[in-house]
Design a protein around this ligand. Sequence first.
Ligand SMILES: [Zn+2]
Length: 68
Amino acid sequence: MRGRVLRPGEALSAAIARVLAEPETMRRCARCRRPRPLRLFYWNPHMLDGWSFWCMTCHQEHYREAVA
Ligand SMILES: [Zn+2]
């Protein structure tokens, strides 16, 4: 026992790094309906599986439409 406690942030970074190390992991975007690599999705702790429903492109388009 070294008595070192892993902080939540460290565990999260490790989980993200593990997913990003597998570029073949695909996820279908709920907005554009295209299967895209998981690294093109935002990490979202509020989602059930930890990843956003929309790809980064859709998020950016949605944001542009929202501010236009
Ligand atoms: Zn999309």
